[in-house]
Design a protein around this ligand. Sequence first.
Ligand code: GLU
Length: 420
Amino acid sequence: MVDSQEFDSELHRTALAQLDRVAARLHLDPDIHERLRFPRRALVVSVPIRMDAGRTQVFIGYRVHHNTALGPTKGGLRYHEDVNLGEVTALAMLMTWKCGLMELPYGGAKGGVRCNPRELSRAELEHLTRRYTAEIILLIGPDHDIPAPDLGTDEQTMAWMMDTYSMTQGKSVPGVVTGKPLIIGGSAGRREATGRGIVYVLYQAARHLGHELRGRKVVVQGFGNVGSVAARLLWRDGCVITGVSDFGGGVWNPAGLDIRQLEAHVAESGSVAGFPGADPLTNADLLEQPCDILVPAAVGSQIREDNAERIKASVVVEGANGPTTPEADALLHDRGVTVIPDVLANAGGVVVSYFEWVQGLQYYFWKESEITSRLQEIMARAFNRVWALARKEGVDLRTAALMEGVRRVAEGHRVRGLYP
Ligand code: GLU
């Protein structure tokens, strides 16, 4: 097979190895397998912006479409210092499997700008977002490629993207992004969707494992769009949230943290660090604290070969994309730890993005209760399909989830054939 060296990165090597393994299990047509190993297209752009201090600085941005067999492409935009072409390409591939698994009519995409958004002012962030949008404008559109928030971006970022795109079209085009504010066509429940999806898959996992969720000790790494919502909902459901962390460090209290008070502290200080009534600890130590459920909901590659043996949780729910390396995955599997993989566990975000897109196309908006009940149904159905396949094939949940996702995309390729 030709090497896709342009896209090389640790995460991309992992994504390719996963695909190759799953393709062998599925006895995939080798011609379709070959096509799935490559992104459909990838764009690298420079994003010059005038900084507040007066100087011009250039940032590097990417947008990658991995696959379009099942429909237009969908996937988030991340602002992070580690963003590179290989990582964005791998994340776009993961989006393809995620959309396939969740039976959404989309292929996978991802975008990113290499920057530290915490070091940029609001004006600089706006300029960065608008110029990046202008640079990738040929690749996006409501029936072409629809960005959404990811690490380091939020609904304000989406509002700027939507406005920039709309200005070039001479009309408002809300459907070009999802995860935008409600007032300009966002969906009720989109902001909470990923965290909510995590809780819904945990309900199903608890049912299959014969556990009660109430009273379980939970550690959440990351207190952003995903982790804070998962922590709040699990706390409300009677779980004991013993530890939480973010970029500023972690806080730990074996008797449980009051998540409402913690949210108030974060609103005031910007970080969970320094929360009174809890002991400080590092992000690395947090992962190894005794607990029943661990939710890595921050950046990738957090559970690795060198700390996997010390993870005490019996269930790991991947809120982030790619938080567990393959070596760590194998070690956790050998120890009987249930890992609910990213493509399933964090799919609530893209599912409600799909709802937002559909509502926008129909100019008809649903109540939040309709959104949450449909989300719960879709998450439960996907979990149960994956669980049953894992049992039938004697594989872990990640392999089963990827088999489901890859199989659907491959079937799309098979019926469409190869152009010309
Ligand atoms: N960034 C999220 C993800 O990784 C959501 C993508 C979307 O809603 O399009 O799944």
